[in-house]
Design a protein around this ligand. Structure first.
Ligand code: NI
Length: 187
């Protein structure tokens, strides 16, 4: 990919309580594809995501109310690596039932982790920042990251998707006591 992630500006990630996290973000109009606006947003999201050690970051998390997010899949365990990328105006087709439990955290809900139920797969249609259409399917960790990020575009955070609050933990206690030690999704 053409973006050098550290070109952008580091942006402040807003936390739960900031109204941007609870608003439905606006689609990016076609005339803004390929413009400075989206290129800057792409670089800023990637830079901030890397510097704050996330695997995903949605525009509402930097108080930008548009339907754009950055993510990557590190490719640990049996997951295929996905290089850092930015999706614009994504739409999801959810595959299967939301029955897969996995650990999630969120840069906008710092310090906490919880078990979240997600669909095992998603079909994604989106655009890259230049307006090139993208269509692909994702499963497992990849599908989880995408569902978490798309939720941010609709004002939803992972806490809303937890089937119950009993698994909610601080990170330090998670490190010490969590029994299912799969890699948490920190987005
Ligand atoms: Ni998040």
């Amino acid at each position: 990919m053409s973006v050098r992630p550290l070109d952008g500006r580091h942006r402040t990630i807003v936390r739960l309580g900031h109204p941007a996290l609870r608003q439905v973000a606006e689609p990016v109009p076609a005339e803004r594809f390929g413009t400075r606006f989206l290129r800057d947003l792409e670089r800023d999201l990637l830079r901030t995501m890397f510097e704050d050690n996330g695997v995903g970051l949605a525009a509402p998390q930097i108080a930008a109310g548009v339907r754009v997010f950055a993510y990557f899949v590190p490719g640990e365990g049996d997951e295929d690596e996905v290089a850092p990328r930015v999706l614009v105006n994504p739409t999801l087709t959810l595959l299967g039932e939301p029955t897969e439990l996995g650990w999630e955290g969120c840069l906008s809900v710092p310090g906490l982790r919880g078990l979240v139920a997600r669909h095992p797969g998603v079909k994604v249609a989106a655009f890259d920042p230049d307006g090139v259409p993208l269509a692909f399917e994702a499963t497992g960790f990849h599908a989880r990251v995408i569902q978490h990020e798309c939720d941010h575009l609709d004002g939803i955070v992972f806490l809303d998707r937890m089937p119950g609050m009993a698994s909610l933990m601080f990170e330090e206690e998670w490190d010490r006591y969590a029994t299912d030690r799969e890699l948490p999704v920190e987005v």
